[in-house]
Design a protein around this ligand. Structure first.
Ligand SMILES: *[C@@H]1O[C@H](CO)[C@@H](O)[C@H](O)[C@H]1NC(C)=O
Ligand SMILES: *[C@@H]1O[C@H](CO)[C@@H](O)[C@H](O)[C@H]1NC(C)=O
Ligand SMILES: *[C@@H]1O[C@H](CO)[C@@H](O)[C@H](O)[C@H]1NC(C)=O
Ligand SMILES: *[C@@H]1O[C@H](CO)[C@@H](O)[C@H](O)[C@H]1NC(C)=O
Length: 772
């Protein structure tokens, strides 16, 4: 009896202890199936001790824990998720989480933690997400995160960090996103982020950084997105951003007044740049980020005059989308920058001045205090705006270059006069001029030394004149010249010797001249080592000799609308960085094997429209691979195409207007088209019954599916009609045909790697345009 009763007491005790283990603490609610325990908003000062050991998720939000002692969670070692938000926690003692080797997510947001000690997060060896936002962290002690080798995301936003010491995040070997927004950071040690080899995203917005932390950021090899918005930076100097993989950069809502054109020269992959809501009145084309797709300038006081033209032109050529609107001059006010034609970006002509003066007449609300324009030194029959550093004598019938411009003039507009001849020393006292307009001035001769003394000249416009040849010394004394416009002249030869004096030349326009051949030693590498873009569209070039294009730096070459009979493969053998080649509108009937082999590693965009091509060797594109982003062969006579399947990086393809022969031989193309993420239109020209139908729609391929080997083997077993023979050069029905040029529609991607380093001398261009 006694025994029995003792036993039953034991049993009861044992049972009650089991029951107790499974009892949900009274302040909590428990889900035994999902293994979750929730004790929210109960003013708990301690962690309940009776939580089931096998609990996976524990939510203790809105309590009053104050301090997490050592081993605070040792009774629940299987936790994967722990929420301790708003628990009034002041201190996390060393080893507080030591038993939680399975924890994946820890939320400590909205507490009052001020210091992160060395072993605060000890033991959290599986943790992926750590939320520490909205605390009072001022200090990160060395080694605070060393145990968090699996952490992907660390949020430290809304804290009180002022400074990040060297190696602060050591140990975060898998971190992807580090969020440091909304602190008071004004200083980052050079090695603050060292060791974060996997970090791809970094948020530093809403801090107090006054300078871009170039050195610190350059230690982040994998970062693709960087948010620096809402920091009080005023200037971004040369090579400020040196981040090899960066694609998205947010520099909006800062106080930028100026940005060097070289600021991003070491961010070669940048595709999106947000500069919205700064104080930029003007911006030069950015050197370096050839992949740039969008440039957001919304909310900047952009003054849309001739100083913006290079940017606008650059954006057009590079397919960069510009966001933002002009604040002036008045006739362009509110006009989206993207929709202003480059030629409308002008500096004040007389008509404009008169119009503005007229508009300011008393009828409108001219400010009563408006001062009369400062009238200083200025040549007769010209207008000089000293404050804006502009001078213009456009279309005033001058037959000699006027003299006596204000010494600080940076923009000199002399277009549409009748100079005919520019003698030596035509521009004395213009050493500050950056941009000189001499378009449409009937110039046929430029004497050696004509521009002598123009040591800051960066843009020179000589378009639409009558120049037939250039004196070798024509550009002596203007060594900073970067952009030279000679399109629309009558040059008979490539003006190589004159270029030899332009070591900084970057872009050369020679469209619409009468150049008939390119000869060795005509340019390039040694004399114009920085030439990046060469435009020879619409000349009469029939031959491009080997050696004539040797330039390791050349990136863009336009040879379209000429009279080439073959692909100038040999001439390209030393243009190892060529990225864009336009050969459209030549008369090239046959594209032989390995035609682009020499540039196959660098080529990104290849245009071969309207060339009358009748046949391409199956090996014509050999060597080209994923790097090629755009390929167009529109409006040719092709009945078949080489295998395009190695070109896995294509983003723009135009095969239209070719009479493709739709039989089983075309099956690889058809299959390739099916696999693409975008639609490529190609049309059958034969056999007759299906002429005009899309390759995509015709049923002929159904019957050959079985009989054909996989496309990469290039073996076609189905019968096929006799092939078009390799055409002879004597066939010439296409020359002279004026066909509609094809325009690629998508944005063109820019190069990704192996870009030669380049540091053209940064021009000093005015930012002080006058607002009307
Ligand atoms: C919470 O607990 C503290 C002390 O433990 C007590 O002073 C406070 O009044 C409690 N608040 C509520 C809302 O119960
Ligand atoms: C450009 O900036 C404005 C203002 O910051 C913003 O509202 C807009 O979304 C941005 N546009 C793009 C395409 O980034
Ligand atoms: C080539 O130049 C001539 C003469 O300037 C012009 O008429 C023609 O339209 C131009 N062709 C192209 C394709 O630009
Ligand atoms: C290539 O040349 C053709 C013919 O001159 C022209 O229409 C086309 O716009 C050019 N394409 C590019 C991307 O420059």
């Amino acid at each position: 009896m006694v025994l029995f009763s003792a036993a039953s007491i034991l049993l009861v005790l044992a049972m009650s202890s089991i029951v107790e283990a499974n009892t949900c603490p009274k302040e909590c609610s428990c889900d035994g199936r999902k293994l979750t325990v929730t004790c929210v908003g109960k003013n708990l000062t301690e962690i309940p001790q009776t939580i089931d050991e096998i609990t996976l998720k524990l939510d203790l939000r809105n309590n009053n824990l104050q301090e997490l002692p050592k081993g605070a969670f040792s009774l629940t070692p299987y936790l994967t998720h722990l929420t301790l938000q708003r628990c009034n926690i002041l201190r996390v003692k060393e080893g507080a989480f030591r038993s939680l080797g399975r924890l994946v997510s820890l939320n400590l947001a909205y507490n009052k933690i001020d210091v992160l000690y060395q072993e605060s997060f000890d033991g959290l060896s599986a943790l992926k997400e750590l939320q520490l936002d909205h605390n009072r962290v001022e200090e990160i002690r060395p080694g605070a995160f060393t145990q968090l080798g699996f952490l992907n995301m660390l949020a430290l936003t809304h804290n009180q960090l002022v400074y990040i010491p060297n190696m602060a995040f050591q140990g975060l070997q898998n971190i992807k996103w580090l969020r440091l927004s909304r602190n008071s950071l004004n200083n980052l040690a050079p090695e603050a982020f060292t060791g974060l080899f996997t970090l791809s995203r970094l948020s530093l917005d809403h801090n107090e950084l006054q300078f871009f932390p170039t050195q610190t950021m350059s230690r982040l090899p994998e970062v693709t997105r960087l948010d620096m918005s809402h920091n009080p930076m005023t200037y971004l100097g040369e090579e400020s951003v040196s981040m090899v993989k960066l694609t998205h950069l947010y520099l909006d809502h800062m106080s930028l007044q100026d940005l060097s054109d070289q600021a991003l020269s070491r961010a070669p992959l940048l595709s999106h740049l947000d500069l919205s809501h700064n104080q930029l009145r003007y911006l030069e084309p950015l050197k370096g980020p050839y992949e740039l797709k969008s440039l957001n300038l919304t909310g900047n006081p952009l003054y849309c005059n001739c100083f913006m033209r290079p940017l606008r032109e650059w954006a057009r050529v590079r397919n960069v989308k510009l966001l933002g609107a002009c604040v002036g001059p008045p006739h362009l006010s509110q006009e989206p920058l993207q929709s202003v034609a480059p030629l409308d970006l002008r500096c004040r002509s007389r008509g404009e001045v008169l119009k503005e003066e007229f508009e300011l007449e008393p009828t409108e609300s001219a400010p009563p205090t408006a001062k009369p324009k400062q009238k200083g030194k200025c040549p007769e029959n010209c207008d000089c705006d000293v404050e804006a550093q502009h001078a213009t004598c456009e279309d005033r019938g001058h037959t000699k270059v006027p003299r006596g411009f204000p010494a600080k003039t940076q923009m000199l507009d002399l277009r549409s006069n009748h100079f005919h001849h520019l003698p030596a020393n035509s521009f004395p006292g213009t050493s500050q001029v950056v941009s000189l307009h001499l378009e449409s001035c009937k110039i046929h001769e430029i004497e050696g030394g004509a521009f002598r003394g123009m040591k800051n000249l960066f843009y020179l416009y000589l378009s639409e004149n009558d120049i037939t040849s250039l004196d070798p010394g024509a550009f002596s004394g203007a060594p900073k010249l970067n952009y030279l416009h000679l399109e629309g002249n009558r040059l008979l030869q490539f003006p190589g010797s004159a270029m030899a004096l332009l070591p900084s030349l970057f872009v050369l326009h020679l469209e619409r001249n009468a150049i008939s051949k390119l000869e060795p030693a005509g340019l390039l590498s040694s004399k114009t080592p920085k030439l990046r873009e060469l435009y020879l569209t619409n000349n009469t070039i029939t031959s491009v000799a080997k050696g004539s294009l040797d330039s390791a730096f050349l990136g863009t070459l336009h040879l379209d609308s000429n009279q080439l009979k073959e692909i100038p493969t040999h001439a390209l053998s030393r243009a190892a960085n060529l990225e864009e080649l336009n050969l459209s509108q030549n008369s090239i009937r046959y594209v032989g094997p390995n035609a682009f082999q020499p540039i196959s590693q660098s080529l990104k965009r290849l245009y071969m429209d309207q060339m009358g091509v009748e046949k391409m060797s199956l090996d014509a594109l050999r060597g080209l691979g994923p790097g090629l982003k755009a390929l167009t062969v529109r409006g040719n006579q092709l009945t078949e195409l080489p295998d395009l399947s190695p070109l896995t990086g294509l983003e723009v393809v135009d095969l239209k207007e070719n009479p493709l022969l739709c039989d089983c031989a075309l099956l690889p193309l058809r299959r390739w088209m099916e696999k693409l993420k975008f639609e490529v239109i190609a049309t059958c020209g034969q056999p007759f019954e299906i002429r005009g139908q899309k390759v995509r729609d015709v049923p002929v391929f159904k019957s050959c599916t079985e009989s054909v080997s996989p496309p990469d083997e290039k073996v076609v077993t189905a019968p096929r009609p006799p092939k078009v023979k390799k055409p002879k050069a004597s066939v010439s029905k296409v020359s002279g045909v004026k066909a509609r040029p094809a325009k690629p529609k998508a944005k063109l991607p820019k190069p990704t790697k192996k870009k030669p380093e380049r540091k053209p001398v940064a021009p000093k261009v005015t930012k002080n345009q006058k607002t009307m």
